[in-house]
Ligand binder design. Structure first.
Ligand SMILES: [Mn+2]
Length: 333
């Protein structure tokens, strides 16, 4: 745990009237669960709370009422609010300020900038930060914060949002980051009203048909490299169009690829709309993929990391594999 203690963050939030909550771009279940829980909990304390999530919100988490709760204030309104009132900005689950995407300038305008996170790569930013690099998910850290601030305000929707984030970041309590605290916190959230089967069905069993087709084409396009230690695949703009995928959720694809026997790392290269390549990396058996991501200015965790490469697909693949050569080369076959 680095930065300020939970109690300091709790006091700062308790003293705030206006709170803006932020999270990282390509927001995953932990990011969205964190933001939704913070909005609901802090509103229950009578505060005016707004949430700013970069990009599009993933379909799989709309059951957390994201449409109603997130991004209801424009940038102009946010800037205006910051210039007329004392706004406390809180970043959740983002390892650095640059990850706040298009909302970063608004975060910087806060009279007070707080950070809560669980990325070990988070060197700390803002005016006060709390980073618990041991926690599986930011939602776990937030649960501890809420317990400090008054557990009676952890309503069923708050518990459900936190539980969703915990399930998402631990791969349903299956990943290496699943510690005893993850299960203890999970049990606590069930006690507080979270329903494991509702959450799992909503996240994992409500996939649009087009996204299943996208997964199929990405799985077929995969290749095994480095004697089967690395599986690499793609999501191209063409695959997105042909499959009829309704959104660009590719989290399920990396999960599927990591099931392959003998693999130690998954590389998924995704063509974005702005001609850059988003690289998703997953490790197995302790294979550190974060070092690959950080070589390209990205970040994340030992076994789950990502970065963006400004190039076309072929060049991005070559650059990423050159990095893998350092650990698994020289032969890529
Ligand atoms: Mn997280």
């Amino acid at each position: 745990m680095t930065g300020v203690p939970l109690t300091v963050l709790a006091e700062r939030l308790a003293g705030a009237d206006d709170v803006f909550v932020f999270t990282h771009e390509f927001a995953d279940g932990d990011a969205l669960g964190s933001v939704v829980a913070l909005v609901l909990f802090l509103r229950a304390m009578g505060k005016d709370v707004q949430a700013f999530v970069p990009g599009k919100v993933q379909r799989a988490y709309r059951f957390l009422d994201t449409d109603a709760l997130l991004n209801t204030m424009t940038m102009e309104q946010g800037i205006e609010r910051c210039s007329s009132r004392h706004v406390t900005c809180l970043s959740a689950d983002a390892a650095e300020a640059s990850r706040l995407g298009e909302w970063r300038p608004l975060f910087e305008r806060g009279a007070e900038r707080l950070v809560i996170d669980h990325h070990a790569t988070n060197a700390g930013f803002g005016d006060a930060y709390l980073v618990d690099g041991e926690a599986s998910s930011c939602c776990e850290v937030i649960l501890e914060l809420f317990e400090t601030m008054g557990s009676e305000r952890i309503s069923t929707p708050v518990a459900t949002a936190l539980y969703a984030g915990l399930v998402a970041d631990t791969g349903s309590f299956q990943f290496a980051n699943t510690g005893a605290p993850s299960l203890i916190h999970g049990a606590r959230l069930i006690d507080l009203g979270a329903s494991p089967d509702d959450v799992s069905r909503s996240i994992y069993e409500a996939r649009p048909y087009g996204n299943v087709r996208l997964m199929a084409s990405s799985l077929c396009a995969s290749r095994l490299l480095y004697a089967g230690k690395v599986v690499l695949s793609y999501v191209t703009r063409g695959m997105l169009e042909e499959s009829g995928a309704l959104d660009e959720d590719t989290e399920g694809i990396t999960d599927e690829l990591r099931r392959i026997e003998g693999t130690r790392a998954v590389v998924l290269l995704k063509e974005t709309r702005d001609d850059s390549i988003k690289v998703s990396l997953r490790g197995k058996y302790g294979f550190d993929v974060k070092r690959v991501a950080t070589a390209f200015g990205g970040g994340g965790h030992l076994l789950a990391a990502g970065c963006t490469v400004q190039s076309d697909l072929a060049a991005a693949e070559e650059l990423v594999l050159l990095e893998f050569d350092r650990y698994l080369g020289p032969s890529r076959t």
